[in-house]
Every structure is written in C-alpha cells, then in structure tokens.
Write a protein that binds this ligand. Sequence first.
Ligand SMILES: [Zn+2]
Length: 464
Amino acid sequence: MGQNDGDGYCECVNCKKFYPVNDVPHRFGSKDRSVLYLQFCNKIAEGVTKKYPEATFTVFAYNHTSIAPKNFKLHPSLIPVITYDRLNWVDPERKAKDMIRQSSWSAIAKNVCWYDYFYSNQYVLPRVTSHHVARQLREGYQLRVRHIYIEHLPLGISGFGGNEQIWAEGPLAYLVLKMLWNPFQDEDKVLNDWYETAVGPKAAPYLKRYFDRIEEFWLKKMPKSAWFKRCARTYLVPTWHDYLNVIDKDFFEECAKDLDKVCELAPEGDCKKRAEYFRFAFLNRRNRCEYWLQNQNVRLHSADAFTKLFFKEDFNRGLNGWGIYEHRKYPGKFVFHTAKDGYQNTGAAELLCRKGHTGGIEKTFHITRPMNFRIEVRYRCVGTTEKVIPYISAEWCDDKNEILHSVFYSDIHGVYSEDWATAAFNFTTPYQLPGYLRIRLCNSGSTKGKVQYDDVIILEAPKK
Ligand SMILES: [Zn+2]
C-alpha cells in the first residue's frame, strides 16, 4: 500500500490529528507522516484479514514515513518495506543512520522487506558490487529481512531513456538470486561457478579479475567522489556520472587486458561467444566513459579557446528554418516569432509557457570531424512565474534523428532573468562520427508568460 511519492499529505483537521505534536522534519529531512499513513493501512488490514486471514500487505518506509513511530501497534499482516540504496553502506555513517531506521521498524514488525536500487544500465560504468551485496543479504537475514524488492534493470528495459540493452554486469543478478535462497553460502563459490560456466575454467580467473576490479572501484574509490557526497539520499543518482572523476588512469586499460585474455583462453563455441560479448559490452562502456570524461574536460575550457565561428542566428528573418516541436496536446500554441522584440529589437524566437508543458525550437547540423564546440544564447523571461527554466541542450543523433543513447547530451538551465542574459556551455563530438548535432532551445516550469531567445552563436575549436 504505497503512499504519495513525495509531498501532498492531507492537511484537514481529521488528518492533522495524526501529525506529530512537534511537527518538524525528522532526522532524514522530511516531516513525519508515519502515524497518519500507518493507521490508514492498519484499518485496511483489519478489514481484509477478517475475510482473508492469510493476506499480507506491504507498507513503505520511505520519505515522510521513513521512521517507524514509537510504540505503534502495527497490524501483524503489514510488512514494512525499507527503501534505501544500500551501496550507501560503504560509508559507516550512512549505514549507522540506516540501522536506526531498520531497528525502529523491527521494533514494531515481525519481519521486514528491503527495497533497493541497483538501476544498472543507467550507470555508464557497470555497477557490479557482488561481494558487497552478498554481505548485505547475510546481515539482512539476521535483521529479519524476509522479502526483497530491487530496482534492477540489467538489460536496460525501463521507462527511462538512455538505456542500452547490453548485459554489462555479468554475474550480479545471478549471484543475488542465488544468495536469496541461502545468504550463508560462499558467494565466491557461486561466482566462480558462474565464471567457469560462462567462459570455461582457463578464462574464468581473468573474467573474475575484470569484475572484481569494477567492484573494487565502487567500494573503495567511488566513496571518495564528490558524486557520492552529493548523493546522500535514498538512492544514488545513476544519471550523474561524475563518479568517473575518481577512476584510476590505467583502469580501462587493465580491464581491456583481462578481457583480451578471456577471449584468448575461452574455448570455441558458446564460451568464446560469451567472452566476445563481455568484451564488446565493456568496450562500448569504455567509449562512453571516456567520452563523458572528455566532455567534462571541454566544459572547463575558457571561452577564448573557441575562436572560429561555426554558426550564427539572430532571428531577424523569422524562425529561419528552425524546427518547431510542441506538446502534442497543444499544437500551434507554444512557438512564435516576434519581429520587433529581441536583444536589439530586430526579432527573436518566442516560446510561450503553458501549464508547465515544454515547447521549443531545434536545429540539426551534420558533423563529420572531431571538434570542440561552445554555444552561447541570449534569452530573457517575460511575464513568467519565477520558476521558469530556459533550457538549452546539445544532443547527438543518428541519421534518423534518433538520439544516440551511447553518448551523452550536454545542457544548461538558464538562470531566471527578466533582462537579457546569456547561457553558454562547451561540449565535444562523440566517438561515433559522422553524427548529427541537435541544438534545442526550450522552456518549461511556468504556467504563464514566455521566454525569448536571440543571438545563437556556436563557436568551434580543434579537438586535440
Ligand atoms: Zn484529511
């Protein structure tokens, strides 16, 4: 019986009776609504178990209901689902905090469920933490964890974009499923069995070393990253990739050497095919990681590094061939051109804000050579609510205008400004060339007013 994902708890007099007397945020940052929520769940459980005594229900230990209320009488058919990305446990402080939640629920429930977040392919570097997970499951069993739910998408199938359907995590899913049957078995035995079956006994030690190296990164290096510090919340954020900033220089080369060895030693047939598959998956990820690092580096280049003009648009002759995209519910309602307005009153593109929906204009360029780019765009917000977000993005597409999921987009949110302001960022070409660069100017986040764009300039510099 899941609750609201976020805020929005009833504030009527009846419901407020179940608010805490001292209604301040609890130690994990949200205001406590656990009694309000659980008394509701209790009533449902009471009613249903009259007819179906064997029924059990899950209730979520999440956000506003993270911590169990003290001395609360939880209906015995209710099982708390404690949500947390337990890779956080690599930090003893975070683990200790999580244990406080854990014991608050153990105090009122017979047993509990864990909800975890692996996510998988949204991480550009495979998130393989097999030994860590095995230790956790053992500990969990002792903490009376008898159910588990994991957001794990090893083949990248989900509602999110940006996923590739490549199985890059090797034995992780297999190990977790095995350990759930018996968390006290030797995880190395399970893993070795998987490695040997996958690529044969001679190649297995190298495949093991490859995945162990990745795990070592997640357990030893990653916790030192700014990314980890920034992600002190329920789940770590898979779509920010700056954990890559702490990766060792020779990391990818060492991985590649191991996988070459795996391919060399795997016997012909299925083992060889699998060996090649893992190497292919790795090389693909290596390209993406290295591209992300390059792009990161180029973002820091100063504006004067970009001297050559690549493209210029002043919107003095209408939208001048820019493509329009609008919310499909409101065609013809978002994107306009104004002849009089603009930075020098000689014309601008105008994007109306409606009910938080996004509208925008875009332009695509065929790029054949490696290059670094800088885009600068003038904008201003007119009559909008403060939350309006001008948004400029540079994406890489294939010849069918489909986004290349194998590379990343670069973007920037303009700071709200009623005066003309400039948003700018640098980015680089992907490893797959030729490709199509798609520049988009959008708005969102306001129910009224408009954002005007003017003077788009793209500069280029050679890529070293
Ligand atoms: Zn109410």
